[in-house]
Design a protein around this ligand. Structure first.
Ligand code: ATP
Ligand code: MG
Length: 273
């Protein structure tokens, strides 16, 4: 659909000039902004409501049981952390989208990073009796990138694989080198993603409309951050999935090749590509 804005001016007697302007783009931008604000306020509301309710209960001074008081504080702390993470995620993805985010570029050994992230996620996997398996080749070129941001990419992908895989499933993480690129795959035996949702999951705030997803906490920002980060690194991310069977997320990142000395110093800007 296109939107037109018309303005008329009388010239002489019965003659009029009609100015017609195509305002589709600004209408669409307005709609996107409204939707963004709607999502942000919606996501902020729940933790804020909880913090307020628990703080009010504590301030009334009617609870004298130590353990309940501690539980109230824990809820407040947990919700505060959630708010903090949410605000950081929103800022992060917005900055990357508008191109104002910068990469702190260095040489990143993906094997070490994968070992570390997998180790950090082990507790989550164990909690659901999920087998989390990492396979690495003997030798792997380094990646030119931002260590912290790449760790967030891997944490989001492995975190999702664990979140959206039922108890006693399996998550395989692997990494290989090909044509001056490093390929990372995260495969799960989880609920899968319907073909029509596979592109949308990378949009901000999009969550698949499924009761199994709704039960799991999340804001739909993780994959938007993954996509923007990978794009900033000159890489790509894609998904292959079969509902009911599982999903594979693949990330391709430019590797630092053996001929790196020739390229050293080139292409290390933090600009969005
Ligand atoms: N491995 C997966 N298996 C099945 N569905 C997935 C998987 N990864 C993502 N999804 C679907 O894509 C949606 C978007 O994922 P994304 O990581 O952006 O958000 P989230 O996990 O819901 O929340 P957040 O990452 O912000 O905590 C998820 O809500 C889920 O519906
Ligand atoms: Mg996620």
């Amino acid at each position: 659909m296109r939107f037109w804005q018309a303005a008329g001016a009388g010239v002489s007697g019965s003659e009029h000039i009609l100015f017609v302007q195509d305002v589709t783009q600004s209408k669409e931008a307005e709609k996107a902004r409204d939707q963004f604000l709607y999502h942000v306020t919606h996501e902020l509301r729940t933790p804020l409501t909880n913090i307020r309710a628990y703080a009010e209960t504590l301030s009334q001074g009617v609870i004298d049981d130590e353990q309940t008081i501690r539980e109230c504080y824990n809820v407040i702390m947990g919700e505060t952390r959630r708010l903090n993470q949410l605000v950081e995620d929103i800022l992060n993805v917005s900055q990357m989208e508008v191109g104002s985010a910068r990469l702190d570029v260095g040489e990143v050994p993906m094997d070490d990073m994968l070992r570390k992230v997998v180790q950090d996620m082990q507790g989550n996997a164990d909690g659901k009796q999920i087998d989390l398996v990492l396979s690495l080749p003997a030798k792997l070129p380094k990646v030119r990138g931002d260590r912290d941001r790449l760790a967030v990419v891997l944490t989001n992908l492995i975190g999702n694989a664990i979140k959206y895989t039922p108890q006693a499933g399996r998550v395989d993480v692997s990494c290989s080198a090909e044509n001056e690129r490093v390929r990372i795959t995260v495969t799960d035996t989880g609920i899968g993603i319907a073909p029509e949702a596979q592109e949308k999951i990378f949009e901000k705030f999009y969550r698949v409309d499924d009761s199994r997803v709704a039960k799991i906490p999340g804001t739909g920002l993780g994959l938007a951050i993954v996509r923007e980060t990978v794009r900033m690194h000159g890489g790509a991310v894609f998904v292959a999935s079969t509902p009911g069977k599982g999903s594979t997320f693949t990330v391709l990142l430019p590797a630092i090749g053996l001929d790196e000395s020739a390229r050293r110093g080139a292409g290390t800007t933090g600009e969005r590509k």
